[in-house]
Design a protein around this ligand. Structure first.
Ligand code: ATR
Length: 301
């Protein structure tokens, strides 16, 4: 048995003869809720499949993924820190994955590895399901790494009034503004970059935001990317703060709550991006058979 596939996590396709095998790859991965979510979709849509966790070691994502598909694996979700590696591993990319430069869903078709990014669509669907209006809204996206890259396109497609990308260092945010300039222009969205420090300056940041999305890794580290000064410029009671981290009230969510704003963690995004991956793998005709909001309610209970 190839040592790149962890047999204890039951992800080796050869252990599941006659059943299509899928996995989520990341590091760390033991906390992942993706197996629960995908098995729940499979039960709803009456699909016979197995979905496990695959811990890839840091320098060898490609080796792990290659071994999984070579052994008969059908599809893979990819999470922190491998979304850029997955983009490089895929041989065929959807246009949204190409633009984002990050992949969270892989599958094999006609002998080729395909890659897509369903994160942004998942975020947008979760926000809309929570009653958050995106059209004509003022959105602040915190962070300019892999997590932020995946959601910019789908946010722009909702035609907000403006999308400000703020990052600790300006270079990466500037790059993203250049990358998405054409789509922003086509959607008539004012797309701008800021540093996190700029957010403290009420001249540079004169208006509060309707929606603030935290796509930095700060939530994982239990710190907020926003200083108290920035918080007072950004949030008003009608604001909504969304943290892509799930399972806790993050420091950013606490700051927003203190300003009277509403908040959400990223559990709904996790379920919704998984729904898109499931439909890519098993067929879009199953859309009517799955109920992501029911699975989300189960996870929250
Ligand atoms: P991911 O794929 O999760 O987005 P990443 O590509 O390493 O991971 O990007 C992490 C993002 O979180 C970056 O925008 C990073 O800011 P820098 O580009 O300035 O490094 C941001 N980040 C990480 N820790 C942070 C912190 N404590 N405060 C603010 N931003 C933070």
């Amino acid at each position: 048995m190839n040592s790149s596939i962890s047999p204890e996590l039951h992800t080796d396709p050869r252990l599941h003869a006659g059943v299509d095998v899928y996995a989520v790859a990341g590091n760390p991965i033991s906390h992942s809720k993706s197996p629960f979510i995908h098995q729940a979709f499979a039960a709803q849509a009456k699909q016979k499949m197995h979905y496990g966790r695959l811990q890839a070691e840091l320098p060898s994502f490609a080796q792990t993924a290659k071994a999984f598909f070579a052994a008969g694996g059908k599809g893979m979700n990819v999470t922190i820190p491998f979304k850029l590696d997955a983009r490089n591993f895929a041989e065929v990319l959807t246009s949204r994955a190409q633009l984002a430069g990050a992949v969270n869903t892989l599958w094999i078709k006609d002998g080729k590895i395909h890659g897509d990014n369903t994160d942004g669509a998942g975020l947008v669907r979760d926000l809309l399901a929570q009653g958050i209006a995106l059209h004509e809204s003022r959105i602040l996206l915190l962070g300019a790494g892999g997590a932020a890259r995946g959601v910019i396109g789908p946010l722009l497609e909702q035609a907000p009034k403006c999308l400000v990308i703020a990052n600790r260092s300006s270079t990466k945010a500037d790059e993203l503004v250049s990358l998405y300039a054409d789509l922003a222009a086509a959607q008539e969205v004012a797309l701008e970059s800021r540093t996190l420090l700029d957010l403290e300056d009420s001249v540079v940041t004169p208006h509060p935001f309707d929606l603030v999305i935290n796509a930095t890794a700060a939530g994982l580290e239990d710190v907020s990317p926003l200083t108290a000064k920035a918080v007072s410029n950004i949030f008003v009671p009608s604001s909504f703060a969304y943290d892509m981290v799930y399972g806790k009230t993050t420091p950013l969510m606490q700051q927003a709550l203190q300003r009277g704003a509403r908040v959400s963690d990223g559990l709904g995004m996790l379920v919704e991006q998984a729904a898109d991956a499931f439909l890519l793998w098993r067929g879009s005709e199953l859309a009517a058979a799955i109920d992501p909001r029911a699975i989300l309610a189960q996870l929250r209970s």
